[in-house]
Unconditional design. Structure first.
Length: 383
């Protein structure tokens, strides 16, 4: 895979439009990225996208009617007075990803920027953002409302990639800012990039000096964000298409959790089986056993629990599950008692610094008393 610097050199950047008078227009820059640099995004289907986010729905699906969107703002909190001074818009046209950037060179140009944004919206069926549900789109709606342009705003289906990215990669990475995903997932760490936290300060410096060169790093940062949105969507679709083939055990397991949550139970179990051979064996087997229990397949629950007990995995979970199976399925209270006592011994053996659940011990004690009653009064049916 070519490095990001080489890819950037391959991008043909259209010349920036000549500076327009403030009363005529905002500043516009357009960059064209060959789709071969995006990794097959043009082949993305609605079925793939819905595996990434089942809540997403767009009638008459067409990848070329997705609008990738990212803003650069005068503040990072989105509070009162925060303005989106740069709006990055990406969309597929022909065999290229077009990145169109709308820049407000001074505050009087804000309604012109918003007008340009609004004029583009009828072309698109859905937004794609990274944390746009919480930040970018509410901010744009607020600013359009302030300028009496609320009617021009279009409520469209919204694919916010932050949430599926967290579902897949948070377990391995801990945090999922776009910059970390670029480096750890997409293999495209940036060089000499302006940190996002410094963007507002850079813009205010520009407003004081009107030195446009101060904004070149900001424009480049925003352009790379838009490009990364397209690459990230492609990568997420690839992961959810073949989750058990991912390199990292954490990613396989996390994809399994997401798939099970969305109703793809058999595929989730395949992920758990793969993950159970690696560092997440314990968590994967617990998820497998829980999945089989929900389906009423107690023979497989028993198999997974016995495997966990043999391997010393799963904590108290496999003992409790085996106690339930022996009591209610196998009608063997003596065996259920042995597993219950083993579970109680396990909890009692935990070191003082390890958090204990007092309710778990109470539940086990209740189970022990019930089983004792069954064993001493064999003619009783249920305790």
């Amino acid at each position: 895979m070519r490095g990001l610097r080489e890819r950037l050199n391959a991008i043909s950047s259209a010349p920036a439009r000549p500076a327009a008078r403030a009363q005529d227009d905002c500043f516009v820059r357009e960059t064209r990225v060959p789709l071969r640099e995006i990794g097959g995004i043009e082949r993305t289907t609605i079925a793939q996208v819905r595996r990434v986010d089942p809540t997403f729905s767009a009638d008459g699906w067409d990848i070329r009617r997705l609008l990738f969107l990212d803003t650069e703002t005068t503040g990072l909190s989105g509070g009162a007075g925060t303005v989106a001074f740069l709006l990055g818009l990406g969309f597929i046209e022909g065999d290229e990803l077009i990145i169109r950037q709308l820049l407000m060179r001074d505050y009087p140009e804000e309604p012109l920027l918003l007008e340009r944004f609004a004029s583009l919206l009828p072309r698109f069926d859905a937004y794609v953002t990274f944390n746009g549900k919480s930040f970018d789109l509410p901010l744009l709606l607020s600013r359009m409302t302030m300028h009496r342009m609320r009617a021009r705003y279009r409520e469209l289906p919204h694919l916010d990639l932050l949430h599926p990215a967290r579902r897949i990669w948070k377990l391995r990475l801990g945090r999922c800012p776009l910059s970390m995903l670029e480096e750890a997932v997409l293999g495209e760490g940036r060089e000499d990039d302006l940190p996002g936290a410094l963007v507002p300060e850079r813009y205010f410096s520009y407003l004081k000096t009107h030195d446009f060169s101060l904004l070149e790093d900001v424009l480049r940062h925003n352009m790379l964000d838009i490009r990364s949105l397209a690459v990230l969507l492609t990568r997420l679709c690839q992961v959810m298409d073949a989750p058990e083939q991912q390199t990292f055990c954490e990613d396989v397991f996390s994809a399994g959790r997401a798939l099970e949550r969305f109703g793809y139970v058999e595929e989730a179990r395949r992920c758990y089986h793969v993950a159970s051979t690696g560092a997440l064996s314990e968590r994967a087997r617990v998820c497998l056993a829980t999945s089989y229990r929900r389906a009423g397949d107690f023979a497989r629950v028993q198999r997974e629990c016995l495997e966990m007990i043999a391997r010393g995995e799963g904590g108290v979970f496999p003992y409790v599950e085996m106690a339930k199976i022996c009591e209610h399925r196998l009608r063997d209270p003596a065996r259920a008692m042995r597993y219950t006592l083993s579970a109680m011994e396990y909890l009692a053996s935990l070191p003082p610094w390890k958090e204990r659940d007092p309710q778990a011990m109470e539940a086990l004690e209740h189970r022990r008393r019930r089983l004792h009653g069954k064993m001493t009064k064999p003619n009783d049916r249920e305790g």
